[in-house]
Design a protein around this ligand. Sequence first.
Ligand code: NAP
Length: 336
Amino acid sequence: MQNANHRITLRSRPTGEAAPENFAADTAPVRAPEPGEVVVESRLISIDPAMRVWISENPGYVPRVEIGEVMRAGGIGQVVESRADGLSAGDWVQGPLGWQTHPTVAAAQLQKLDLSLGSPEDWIGPLGMTGVTAYFGMREVARIRPGETVLVSGAAGAVGQMAGQIAALEACHVVGIAGGSGKTRLLFEEHGFHGAIDYKAEKDLSAAIRRTCPDGIDVFYDNVGGPILEAALDNLRIGARIVICGRISQTAAPQLHGVRNLGNFIGKRARMEGFVVFDYASRYAEARTWIAAHLKSGRLRQRLHIINGLDRAPDGLGMLFRGQNTGKLVVSLGGR
Ligand SMILES: NC(=O)c1ccc[n+]([C@@H]2O[C@H](COP(=O)([O-])OP(=O)(O)OC[C@H]3O[C@@H](n4cnc5c(N)ncnc54)[C@H](OP(=O)(O)O)[C@@H]3O)[C@@H](O)[C@H]2O)c1
């Protein structure tokens, strides 16, 4: 039984992008589990843009991470000691493990992984938060219909790669926006997108969207916000739906970008809607059944971007904001 828990805590709140200096590493004894708790050995830790929001002064709809607290993070690991019914040593679980190697967690906060649906790597991505976010965002918020033109921003990222593929599997015409030719190539070659725009290479993104989607877009699935949202709004079809999934371009921006063309909503009878994936928690199993079937058929693929070692987690958060990840970014703690 391991008795050292390596942890990364929040040292200070960033202004702008988070930097490794905002975090501190330490080692504490593994806390012995109380009845109803388990000790987990973390294997894969998710790195998410929302983490930058959680460490801000006022995160909004979730509590902030306090200074000195272990950084909050979703993760996957194996139970090493259990005092909870229904969980035994060796079981794979997912839940709020944080940036630490050996968290002690209430079993009620954990979900035992059904490995018949997919591997632990599948559970950190398509079967995890990013997959179900894309599933409900596309199917329930956007309400995509076969034949529609769907534009996805942040398309080579964790949620974006899933969102675009889900729309393509539902017989939509899918165009992705991503930064760099390597990422746009990935959208065509691995993810079955029908069109791709490298926004970093375009002087006039609105014109590039018009060129790629000459009849306009029915759905814009937005992970990015700011100038990319504004460019998309110039290209709506009548009855367009805009899904506000995320706004990473604005999350750590020193100055917010004001969207100037909301007038397009009037003539295009468009609808814009934000959502939080947790609202669909009672229906995650439905999403996972659908996603697992498509993963097994090989028609849905995930690109995982793995960085190794807990000490890489703080820089990993910065990678998301610098566009240095391709696909779902995770920290691997080894052990497999
Ligand atoms: N609503 C919900 O319930 C929910 C749930 C989960 C996630 N989300 C949101 O979904 C979005 C995507 O999350 P994710 O985990 O899939 O992250 P991700 O897309 O894997 O990573 C972030 C990507 O954003 C792009 N980016 C960063 N700064 C940008 C900028 N200034 N302009 C344009 N693109 C920029 C980068 O790609 P490029 O190289 O292409 O620029 C980067 O790779 C986030 O905004 C997240 O908060 C929402």
